[in-house]
Design a protein around this ligand. Structure first.
Ligand code: ASP
Ligand code: MG
Length: 412
């Protein structure tokens, strides 16, 4: 029988009532003839609570025990979902990650899935079981310890199961009814997209759109898993939600598919560093070793052999970056006159595969921002996106103005 993967996020399993509602959705697909793999998150708020308990118990906690505690929220919902399905006379059982087994790396709290041997679950399907309920977000390391996949990781569990079982589709049930051109809370004109390409979704997810964990989109793209994002709170038709798919499957699309933003950015500058070969390697090597995820980089023009180097990184990594730079300075690897951190910036990006064939998107974006008197501090581009760093207080305005200017409220 064809396999379908259905993933229910925290809000979709937040109460016993909602679990019953989700189970009914599963029942509809079982009745159509699918064998279903259900991936569940913990009840909403549960993972945060568990993370809090770990931190309160031990400041410098053992990451293996963190994973053992934090993965437990999903175990509860997996068992409750299986019981609910059994009450509906649907043959179902729950599986924790290690039972499948979901084999991962040993990188506790951010492990990667290496393999999901399908034999155990397939044997049960062959025996008449119709639904395998799997606890998302967790796996087992080569040492046999419980691992977790990073926050939001049950999306990745779902896509990995869809790939491993050659599922017809992977449906992600969440509290929004699809992927939008931008966050509707920022621009009321945001429009739900019927389809979006893997590449665009990957950019939007990594630029701050929070519907899907970035790694799940990477995986879906690699294994060509058809992903659908839809709401568990509405009655669903077969074409509900947003389909994330190969760009060949999308006939018409706007040049710009969406506007993404991220509030939690910082801009850091080293003033007057020696402009000589190897200086960028020394600075960014030290930042990388210090665990700083550098995003945008600008090297200013140099005067008399000195230059300024600017980069952006997540705002909560500023302290780490400062420490790494002070240490590199003390060791003599680099030299600078001053270090400036601006923690009052936001990143706004426009994304669209249409940019590959259309020129003028960057010019238009800069025009729109200039018309609103918004100063651009740093710019970066890739084949399908343009990002700017601006003062955070103009972020909403920038998103709205760009959404209007690129007419994202209208379908292509
Ligand atoms: N429960 C985990 C979290 O809150 C994993 C997930 O829901 O995707 O991050
Ligand atoms: Mg999520």
């Amino acid at each position: 029988m064809p396999v379908l993967v259905m993933k229910f996020g925290g809000t979709s399993v937040a109460t016993l009532d909602r679990i019953r509602r989700a189970a009914k959705r599963v029942g509809v697909e079982v009745a159509k003839g699918y064998d279903v793999i259900v991936i569940v998150s913990a009840m909403s708020g549960k993972t945060n609570e568990l993370v809090g308990w770990v931190g309160e118990t031990s400041a410098l906690y053992d990451a293996r025990e963190y994973d053992s505690v934090v993965s437990s929220g999903e175990n509860v919902t997996a068992g409750l979902m299986a019981l609910t399905l059994q009450e509906m006379d649907i043959p179902a059982r729950s599986w924790q990650g290690w039972q499948v087994p979901v084999q991962t790396t040993a990188a506790h709290s951010s492990a990667r899935i290496e393999d999901i041997p399908p034999e155990n679950i397939n044997a049960k399907f062959a025996d008449g079981m119709r639904v395998a309920v799997v606890a998302g977000f967790q796996g087992v390391s080569p040492e046999g310890r419980i691992t977790t996949l990073g926050r939001g990781g049950s999306d990745t569990t779902a896509v990995a199961f869809a790939a491993a079982f050659d599922a017809e589709r992977c449906d992600i049930y969440t509290d929004v009814d699809g992927v939008y051109t931008t966050d509707p809370r920022v621009s009321p004109k945001a429009r739900k997209l019927d389809k979006i390409s893997f590449e665009e979704m990957l950019e939007l997810a990594s630029l701050g759109a929070k519907v899907l964990q970035t790694r799940s989109v990477e995986l879906a793209m690699r294994y060509k898993v058809k992903l659908r994002v839809l709401s568990s709170f509405e009655e669903q038709s077969d074409d509900a939600g947003t389909l994330v798919c190969d760009e060949e499957e999308i006939m018409e699309s706007n040049v710009v598919a969406g506007v993404a933003f991220s509030r939690d950015e910082a801009k850091m500058t080293l003033v007057s560093v020696a402009d000589r070969p190897g200086i960028a390697a020394a600075i960014f090597g030290a930042l990388s070793e210090g665990g700083v995820n550098v995003d945008m980089i600008v090297q200013n023009i140099s005067e008399e052999g000195r230059t300024d180097m600017t980069w952006s990184c997540p705002v909560d990594q500023v302290a780490r970056a400062e420490k790494a730079m002070e240490e590199a300075k003390a060791s003599g690897a680099i030299n600078f006159a001053e270090m400036i951190a601006d923690t009052d910036v936001a990143k706004v990006s426009v994304v669209g595969i249409g940019m590959r064939s259309h020129t003028g998107v960057a010019a238009k974006m800069f025009d729109v921002l200039s018309a609103e008197s918004i100063n651009i501090q740093v710019i970066t581009t890739s084949e399908i996106k343009i990002s700017v760093l601006i003062n955070r207080k103009y972020m909403e305005l920038a998103v709205q103005a760009l959404h209007d200017a690129f007419e994202l409220d209208k379908a292509a």
